[in-house]
Design a protein around this ligand. Structure first.
Ligand code: ADP
Ligand code: MG
Length: 710
């Protein structure tokens, strides 16, 4: 009950001394009114209440208190830190004023609170600034989702313009009823790992459910099991955490690629559907779609255009210079699309006035200079402000009790051309040990956990945390409750760019090896996609033949895993790396892996429309295959592929050839006589038998005959 909203950890706001002022507010509230300002049940209810419930004024509960005291307490209990007292000194001033008035006149009367609460430490405002229209549009789509409609919301704009911040804030503050808000992010470094953002979002959802009561859990288990039917395994490939809820699932029927893809999309959409209904919406926010793998984009489009969903708000944010909205093939008449623009000069002025708690007139000049340097990009602007504050060009004058800036020096200051250079500049001022840890983090991705990071650095958790501290204090890394995150991808990029190509590869290799060892060596199943993604960046550096062949095997596993969830483009990358890892004499020394890798790769190339390459690979396998049966399997795969693209005559011809090799001779161009002969043969074989009797015959055991039948 005494935690401040930002301590709940969902507002993406750094916790500072203003949290203590909130806590003090709760205490005073309780002292005066006898009850707590907000009420909740169970941890989840409390968290929600603290973030959203607005307390009743103390004076309405205890009418005898001086009204100003009520105002003071309400100011302490403001949700956004910047609306509270900014300093204990400001609060003290108001309380002393109360005492002074009481002593002099016997009553306190009314006066505006917080007047002398001057902010003398520099802080950027933490609330979303200047996006009122956009917020309104978001509130509208949310309420439509609450009422049962399904909506798609697209938010685009340049890096740093404020997409992530806007959406995070909106979904955390606008009430969703008892619905869910889940978010996942695609990572610039992890573009080949399929469905990463979906996996992140739904993994989080399952973890949220796990903290629910038993009845609630039972309800969700029933919902999801009903929605998935016998196809649960499809989802487990992407969201392994789901097994906690619904248990292990029966294996899937094998389907040809196109059908498997359809099944995947259908089942995933049913899965999403299970979590939403009228009054209980699901908000699914996928950030940085420009880095999504092809299969994820397909899934996104499918969900966006599949009108079968109810009460689902699907949200996608992306950089419009890297992904064209057309590529999403979402019906733009149906979807809401917000294109965020950098702040206009007037907005920059207002932002500065708010930051320095001053009148717009006072910051005009500063605003002009900063606008010219940053073009109004919020990320660039905020960071530049922090930098020049650090350089002493902006400072608080305690005598005049106001903020000042050195206009001339600011004008002359060598400008950073872009935000990347600015971050590079900032990184220079960090201690060497901090930078070293950050470099490892930058290779892991934009989000990372302290334990993996400390393993990488070969340090204890405490040592790593203390190395990171300067970066956290600088605001370059955010300390979220269960993991750490770079302030922005641009920061990760800046750190990453400090490593040479060679160093990047070495680090990815080291990370791959460590993750593989941590996964227990033999069965890295669940993580295999992201583990192999690290290895696959540095294949040239691996020269131990044993390691190479082992990794070829893991790439086979990874590729098949991707394939199992219809992520064919990603699967192809893994199979290609698998083949690269095979030694020249692989066919002789490692026949099994070699055969499987080639065969998978051939199918992958075929699906990617690289027909020539595929045929070449098929021919290689056919030439190398050891038995007639193995060869027959290749033909049967080819038949499925040809059929899949509608080349039926080729499929039939391949079939006839394959059958000939197995001893079944069929003519390529049957005549009427051929038909008649077959028909007579059939009648003869079926004499004195009825169709139903066939079911009673023993199962065919001869593998060759079975292959013929297949
Ligand atoms: N509307 C805003 N009000 C205040 N600060 C903002 C706003 N938009 C962006 N910022 C600042 O810019 C930073 C980057 O914003 P972010 O949402 O991560 O950008 P994007 O996702 O568009 O790349 C934020 O951390 C914040 O400091
Ligand atoms: Mg973003």
């Amino acid at each position: 009950a005494y935690l401040s909203p930002e301590q709940i950890g969902r507002l993406n706001v750094k916790v500072d001394e203003r949290s203590d002022l909130y806590g003090l507010g709760v205490l005073l509230y309780e002292l005066i009114s006898g009850c707590l300002p907000v009420q909740g049940e169970e941890p989840a209810g409390w968290r929600h209440a603290i973030i959203t419930q607005v307390p009743r004024k103390p004076i309405s509960l205890a009418p005898s208190i001086p009204p100003v005291l009520s105002d003071v307490i309400m100011k302490l209990l403001e949700k956004a830190p910047e609306n509270r007292y900014q300093s204990a000194r400001g609060l003290l001033w108001d309380l002393q004023e109360c005492r002074r008035r009481l002593r002099q006149t016997g009553t306190i009367g009314l006066f505006p609170v917080g007047e002398y609460d001057v902010v003398s430490s520099f802080r950027l405002p933490t609330k979303v600034f200047g996006r009122e229209e956009e917020l309104q549009a978001i509130v509208t789509v949310i309420s439509q989702a609450v009422e049962g409609q399904s909506k798609t919301l697209l938010v685009s704009g340049e890096p740093g313009v404020g997409k992530t911040m806007l959406l995070n804030e909106a979904f955390k503050t606008v009430p969703l009823g008892s619905g869910f808000y889940i978010a996942g992010k695609f990572d610039q470094l992890r573009r080949n790992v399929p469905y990463a953002a979906f996996a992140g979002a739904f993994g989080e959802l399952i973890k949220q459910l796990m903290s629910e009561s038993k009845e609630e859990l039972g309800y969700w288990k029933k919902q999801v099991t009903k929605a998935l039917g016998r196809n649960g395994a499809v989802i487990l490939e992407v969201v392994p955490e789901l097994e906690w809820l619904i248990g292990s699932q029966p294996p899937l029927d094998e389907l040809p690629p196109k059908e498997a893809e359809n099944r995947f999309l259908l089942v995933f959409s049913d899965f999403v559907k299970a979590f939403a209904k009228k009054g209980r919406p699901l908000v699914l926010f996928l950030d940085d779609l420009q880095w999504a793998d092809p299969a994820s984009l397909k899934l996104f489009t499918y969900l966006a255009t599949n009108s079968d969903l109810d009460s689902v708000l699907l949200v996608g944010a992306f950089r419009d210079d890297e992904l064209d909205v057309e590529q999403l093939s979402v019906d733009l008449n149906e979807a809401a699309h917000l294109s965020l623009k950098p702040w206009k000069p007037g907005q920059v002025t207002e932002f500065l006035a708010e930051t320095f708690h001053s009148e717009t007139g006072d910051v005009e000049q500063l605003s002009e200079i900063l606008y010219r340097k940053t073009g109004g990009n919020p990320l660039f602007l905020s960071q530049l402000l922090k930098l020049i504050y650090g350089e002493g060009l902006i400072y608080f004058d305690p005598i005049e009790v106001r903020w000042k800036w050195q206009t001339e020096a600011l004008r002359k200051r060598q400008p950073e051309d872009n935000v990347l250079l600015l971050f590079l500049n900032k990184l220079k001022s960090l201690p060497g040990s901090t930078l070293e840890v950050l470099k490892w983090a930058a290779c892991i991705g934009s989000r990372f956990s302290l334990d993996v990071l400390s393993d990488m650095c070969g340090q204890s958790l405490e040592e790593t945390a203390s190395s990171l501290k300067p970066a956290i204090d600088e605001g370059l890394v955010l300390d979220l409750t269960f993991q750490l995150e770079f302030l922005h991808d641009r920061v990760r990029q800046a750190v990453y760019s400090l490593l040479s190509d060679e160093e990047q590869k070495q680090r990815h290799l080291a990370i791959g090896r460590l993750l593989l060892a941590n996964a227990g060596g033999d069965s890295p199943e669940e993580k295999v996609l992201s583990v192999m993604d690290h290895f696959n960046r540095s294949l040239l550096l691996i020269d131990d033949p044993e390691e190479r062949i082992k990794l070829a095997g893991y790439n086979l596993i990874a590729g098949r895993k991707a394939k199992a969830s219809a992520a064919y483009a990603s699967a192809l990358q893994y199979f290609r790396c698998g083949k690269t890892l095979l030694p020249d004499d692989a066919w002789d020394k490692h026949y099994a892996v070699c055969y499987e890798v080639h065969l998978e790769l051939a199918q992958g190339e075929y699906l990617a429309a690289n027909v020539e390459e595929a045929e070449k690979l098929f021919d290689q396998v056919i030439a190398r295959a050891k038995t007639e049966l193995e060869r027959a399997r290749i033909y049967s795969l080819k038949i499925i592929l040809y059929g899949g693209i509608g080349d039926y005559s080729r499929a039939v011809q391949t079939g006839i050839r394959a059958l000939a090799k197995l001893g079944v001779k069929l003519p390529f161009h049957p005549t009427k006589g051929d038909y008649a002969r077959e028909l007579l043969l059939y009648k003869w074989n079926m004499r004195n038998k009825r169709i139903e009797m066939l079911a009673g015959l023993p199962e065919m055991q001869d593998p060759r005959q079975r292959m013929v039948a297949e």
